[in-house]
Design a binder for this molecule. Structure first.
Ligand code: DQA
Length: 163
């Protein structure tokens, strides 16, 4: 069964009560449930992780590679905007990653507009609320499958019939 690792950064453990006018009232446990339900529907195993510590997030990305995970969904929270270490961790593993932000980082303070981790991802979703997580999983399934098919040696790929 393919596996997605959902990695959540600093302060996301406070979802539900943290600035609800920006992030809504769904808790992180609620987000986890939503992603697990979607995973069950599409036959993907979901591993869910949150830490307030940069190094722990980097270790979790490395562990995802070591265990052969098929995709990562990352909400690096504020680390998104300045953690070159987390961005490099993503580059150090060959796992398609979709970055998610609950809020629209482009319509907030100017320092939030830049995502250094997003540069190492196949897509960045922002402003979809907590639904962004399940949308990210759908995208990962679609894009990840395409990427895996491309990586397969040419001989195992189905050839298009000549026209
Ligand atoms: C966030 C946006 C970040 O700018 C912020 O630091 C967060 C949450 C989001 O999900 O909208 O902690 O990643």
């Amino acid at each position: 069964m393919p596996t997605v690792v959902v990695v959540n950064g600093p302060n996301l453990n406070r979802l539900g009560t943290r600035e609800p006018e920006i992030y809504g009232t769904t808790t992180l446990a609620g987000v986890e449930k939503m992603v697990r339900v979607r995973g069950r529907e599409i036959g993907w195993k979901v591993e869910f992780f949150q830490s307030n510590h940069e190094g722990a997030l980097i270790d979790r990305v490395h562990a995802a590679a070591d265990s052969g995970a098929d995709g990562i969904i990352l909400n690096g929270a504020a680390l998104t905007h300045y953690s070159y270490a987390l961005a490099d961790a993503l580059r150090s593993v060959d796992i398609p990653t979709v970055e998610v932000h609950i809020s629209d980082i482009h319509s907030r303070e100017s320092w939030r507009r830049r995502s250094v981790t997003g540069d190492a991802c196949i897509a960045v979703l922002a402003g979809l609320g907590v639904e962004g997580y399940t949308t990210a999983l759908d995208l990962l399934v679609e894009r990840g499958a395409v990427a895996r098919a491309r990586r397969r040696p040419a001989a195992t790929r189905k050839r298009k019939a000549p026209t």
